[in-house]
Design a protein around this ligand. Structure first.
Ligand SMILES: [Zn+2]
Length: 341
């Protein structure tokens, strides 16, 4: 049964919709982007790749929680931790000014309680292990400030391992000794490991080490569109065995098409290969993406729900894709790890 747009909106209101990856905090920090204010939807022509997310449009999209990912320029590495801290500061400042709209969440219970109070949840993530600047201690410090996932790699080699592509990419090299310690320390501190951008060898080495569910926050799948940025069926099955989830990215170049149905194709492939406990949403909004038509910003998310239902996904599974698979991972990885809260 195909849902109407109104029915999709009603479903969003009932369940907990979560997006695993948006780079908006960088805009807030560097450009003074006001998250509380409504911005015009960016148009792909001329290419305008910023301004996909703000609080009014999160509400319009029926989103319960947004993961804000903090990326850093790795050259030089020194200063990356400070850059993450100032992106966290930007979110803190918005929460201080708009306490009834936005609140930090770490757990599934936090997300549910925030929604019941009418607040949108902010969850923190780091994109690129260079933010640790080579120290394990940084993980606990970031965790205490609200960081819930750590993307080990981004576009360059770092002290943890090698990226799928970028500076220092090398398919034959996996995790370093420090990288293995980082995985253990993340589990101790309640930080979920994010495998987006890591090379294939490192990907499986992390899964071998991990004792808790992890995630791939934003990716496409090679089973639909072969591309270096996407992950293959063996990787999907490995995440399924680990109990983790995979956020599908909203970037035309990785999806292989400008149609909203491309997002549906990637999600359905994840379901077919890895089961319906795995797929999630990982827009990468505000991260230099040109999103598919009909999915131009976070407010447009109900269009994706309609498109999924048109392809036969029932409401019970839609809820999982829209957020409940992420909630399950949040519930499975103790928020403070073995730290005292
Ligand atoms: Zn990324």
């Amino acid at each position: 049964m195909t849902l109407t747009l109104d029915e999709a909106r009603a479903l969003h209101a009932e369940c907990h919709v979560l997006d695993l990856h948006a780079d908006t905090a960088k805009l807030m920090d560097k450009l003074g982007y006001d998250l509380a204010q409504r911005h015009d939807r960016p148009m792909p022509r001329p290419v305008n790749v910023f301004g996909h997310v703000d609080l009014p449009r999160l509400r319009e999209g029926g989103v319960a929680g947004q993961f804000f990912s903090f990326w850093t320029n790795p050259i030089p590495e020194r200063g990356c931790a400070k850059s993450v801290a100032s992106q966290l500061d930007a979110l803190d400042a918005t929460m201080k000014d708009h306490p009834s709209d936005l609140v930090w969440s770490r757990t599934g219970a936090d997300v549910r309680a925030a929604k019941a109070r009418g607040q949108i949840s902010a969850l923190g993530g780091i994109e690129g292990g260079q933010a640790l600047e080579g120290t394990l201690e940084a993980i606990e410090a970031f965790s205490r400030r609200g960081v819930r996932y750590l993307g080990l790699l981004h576009f360059s080699k770092n002290a943890i391992g090698r990226p799928a592509k970028g500076r220092g990419a090398d398919a034959s090299e996996g995790l370093t000794a420090f990288g293995r310690e980082v995985v253990r320390e993340c589990e101790r501190c309640g930080v979920i490991v994010d495998l987006a951008h890591i090379n294939r060898k490192g990907f499986f080495e992390v899964l071998e080490l991990a004792t808790l569910p992890l995630m791939v926050s934003h990716t496409g799948v090679t089973g639909v569109h072969p591309h270096w940025r996407n992950i293959d069926d063996e990787q999907l099955r490995a995440v399924a065995n680990n109990g983790g989830c995979v956020g599908i990215i909203f970037a035309r170049r990785f999806l292989g098409s400008a149609s909203i149905d491309a997002v549906v194709d990637h999600i359905l492939h994840v379901m077919n290969v890895a089961g319906d406990d795995v797929p999630a949403l990982g827009s990468d909004f505000d991260g230099f993406v040109v999103p598919p038509l009909g999915l131009e910003d976070i407010a447009a998310l109900p269009n994706l729900t309609v498109a999924l239902s048109r392809r036969g996904v029932p409401p019970r599974v839609l809820e999982k894709i829209l957020g409940h698979n992420v909630l399950r991972v949040l519930d499975a990885v103790p928020a403070w790890g073995r730290l005292a809260a």
